[in-house]
Design a protein around this ligand. Sequence first.
Ligand SMILES: Cc1cc2nc3c(=O)[nH]c(=O)nc-3n(C[C@H](O)[C@H](O)[C@H](O)COP(=O)(O)OP(=O)(O)OC[C@H]3O[C@@H](n4cnc5c(N)ncnc54)[C@H](O)[C@@H]3O)c2cc1C
Length: 315
Amino acid sequence: MSDPDAYRTKREWEVKKITATVPRAALFKEEPERGIEIYGDGIGRVDLVDHMGSDLTIVNSARVSFGKHKEALDEKDKGLVNYLVRHRHTSTFEHNVATFRFVVPLFVRSQHHRHRTWSYNEISRRYTDVNIQFYEPEAFRTQHKSNRQASNAEELINPSLVHSPSSATWPITFRASALISDHHQGSLKLFNSLIEAGVCREQARGVLPQNLYTEYYGTVNLNNLLKFIDLRTHEGAQWEIQKVAEACLEIAEGLWPVAVGAYRQAKKTKNKLKGLKAILDQERAFIIEINAGGQHDGLSYNELIEMIDEFLESA
Ligand SMILES: Cc1cc2nc3c(=O)[nH]c(=O)nc-3n(C[C@H](O)[C@H](O)[C@H](O)COP(=O)(O)OP(=O)(O)OC[C@H]3O[C@@H](n4cnc5c(N)ncnc54)[C@H](O)[C@@H]3O)c2cc1C
């Protein structure tokens, strides 16, 4: 399936010990080192399982319109890939496909599965009750003040909470992380008791919390992968899925450096344009204010021109 062309600019990959239940050899056919740990707990991770196509595939799928085919990628082709990204001729990215293996908490899985252009297969807790692990952060983001969906990644806490276990006669103060870990162990104990008492796995699993790790395969073409990455690396997306999207981007860049490089460049330009638009909007408001007899404390004409020139040079 894989194309040797894809590895010509092979990157250094972050290699961490795999704590999977599935034997490593069974997971990775050709690229045993392509995995990225995402939460620093030795469990959450994204691995490349398999892939199809190279940067050359993209170029040839574009050139087939003219009945042309090339055996190797050259500088001109890099320009063509940039053009395809800029002008959103994204169907040419759909012949490149990757299969990943994800080990993430249930709530991340739910967010990921909203992306319907992926194909998924997941471990079933109706079939197995082994290797139950939990996502256990030791620092917690505070709630964002204005965006009800968001958190503050820069403001980390691990608060103390007063807890009153039913057996204790007085309340005890614990760190949030310790209480959460305790809660996980309690739910696991109940799960095991239910199984031992003869309750079926499909009902017993209901007591396991959202932090339960799950694992699944996800297969997607490069066009839809980049759409997913765009949505989920955005600062409005939950931190835990941002890490998933960033890992996918890094793995994809190793496979298709020209295409992903063009995507990164286009995104950078888009962000700069957004910044420029914000400044121009502000300047427009200042001009309106001056016309209405107000004070102008925005950029001078020369500063504005300098900034636009700087932008045009770097875009
Ligand atoms: C920051 C963030 C917050 C979110 N919050 C919520 C939330 O609170 N609640 C919630 O329910 N969801 C939420 N979502 C999920 C979001 O609404 C989308 O479901 C998700 O981002 C997938 O986007 P998509 O549909 O474009 O992707 P995909 O499902 O991968 O589809 C890609 C494209 O294919 C086309 N397509 C696929 N399936 C269909 C279809 N059946 N009909 C028509 N066109 C189709 C569409 O053009 C679509 O854009 C959130 C997403 C993000 C990024």
